[in-house]
Design a protein around this ligand. Sequence first.
Ligand SMILES: *Cc1c(COP(=O)(O)O)cnc(C)c1O
Length: 429
Amino acid sequence: MTDHNPGSSPGFSTLAIHAGAKPDPTTGARATPIYQTTSFVFDDVDHAAALFGLKAFGNIYTRLGNPTNAVLEERIAALEGGTAALGVASGHAAQLITLHTLLQPGDEFIASKKLYGGSINQFNHAFKNFGWVVKWADPDDISSFENAVSVKTKAIFVESIANPGGVITDIEALAGVARRARVPLIVDNTLATPYLCRPIEFGADVVVHSATKFLGGHGNSMAGLIVDGGSFNWSQEGRYPMLSEPRPEYQGMVLHETFGNFAFAVACRALGLRDLGPALSPFNAFMVLTGIETLPLRMQRHCENALAVAEFLSAHPQVSWVSYPGLKGDRYHTLAKKYAPRGAGAVFTFGLKGGYDAGVRLVSKVELFSHLANIGDTRSLIIHPASTTHRQLTDAQKVQAGAGPDTVRLSIGLEDVADIIADLDQALA
Ligand SMILES: *Cc1c(COP(=O)(O)O)cnc(C)c1O
C-alpha cells in the first residue's frame, strides 16, 4: 500500500501503467499489442521440446499463454505484491482453476457465507460434482472458521470487501486460522482491487479477481486473474499432490521443487488451464490492461462518489438503513480503516422502508442508473436482489445472504455525483 517513495521501488500508479510492459521489440509499438494468434512458431525441435517439458519459458499455444496476457499477469502480480499470476477467461474460471489445483475429490474447503451469489452457486453445485465439499463459515465470527477445520480441509476462501453488503473481512485473523490449519488463504479481491486493499500484505496466500469488474472498469470485457502470493509451503506430506507429486507428463518433475515460490501459478497454468481450458482472450487482456492504467484515479472517484451517495441515503426519510463501511458508525468502519484506508469501495446495499414493492418501484424509476446484474462499471448500476438475482431463495435465505426483500444494491459509477444523487432523489420521490 506504498505511495511513491523516491529512490525505492516504483509507486502504485507507476506500476499500474508500466509493470510488465515495454515497447514492442519488433515494431516499437508503445501500447501492448493484441497478439491475436492461437499459436507460436518454435525456433527448432530442441526449443519445442524444452517448452513442452517446462524446461524453458515461452509461447506455445494461447490456451497456455499469450504475450498480451503475460503483460497483464505481470502487472497484477506487481500490484498485488505476488510472485506470479495467471489470466483466465472469467472470475469464475479463476476460482475453478485455483481450487482444482488444491483439492482432490472428497477434500473440503471453508468459505465465507458472505460471497458473490454466483460463487455460492458455483461452490454448492458445480464443485459438488467434483467431490469438493464446501463448509460455510461466518466472516463476522472467526471461530466459525476455526471450528470448520478438519484433516480434509485444503483451503479457506473469502472476499476482502464482500459482495453485496459492504462486509469487510478480517483477513489477518483468517490468515492466522489458515496458518494453524496449514492451508492457504484465498482472497477474492474483486470489490477492493489492489488499490484499496492488498491481501497478501495481511497474510493471504492466493488472490483471485473477477477482472470483469473494477480492474477492467468499463463493463466491456470478461476476465479473471489468479495471483500467487509465493508464501505457502506446498511440500506437506502429499496434501497438495498437484504441487508435490512427480508429474508423469513432465518427466517426473515436482512443481514445487522446480518452481519454488511461484509453483502455484505454474501449476494453475500447466495443469489447470491446460486441461480445463478457460483461456483469456488476448483482446480482453488488452481491455483490462487499458483499464488498469487508470485504476488509481477511478477507484478514488468511485469511493468519493459512493461515500457521498451513502451519506445522502442515510439522511433520506424513505431509507431505513445503509450498509457502507466508509460511513462513520458503520459496523465495519474500524476494519475498513485497517484494510481499505483509501476508501471502502463503490458497492453497497441499503434498505427501503417500503420493503419489496418500494425496491421494485425504485429500479423502475431510475433514469441515470442502469438496472442490471453487474458491478464495477464507469456507469452507476442498481439491482433489487430479492426480485432478480436472489428471487429463487426463501425470505430467510435472502436475509442471510444480505439480500432481504427491502434491500437494494448499488455500484456507484464515475458520473458527476450531483447527477447520481439527483437520480436517486427523483426515483425515491
Ligand atoms: C463477478 C464476481 C465474480 C465472478 O466473476 P465473473 O468474471 O463474472 O466470472 C466473482 N467474485 C466476485 C466478488 C464478483 O463480483
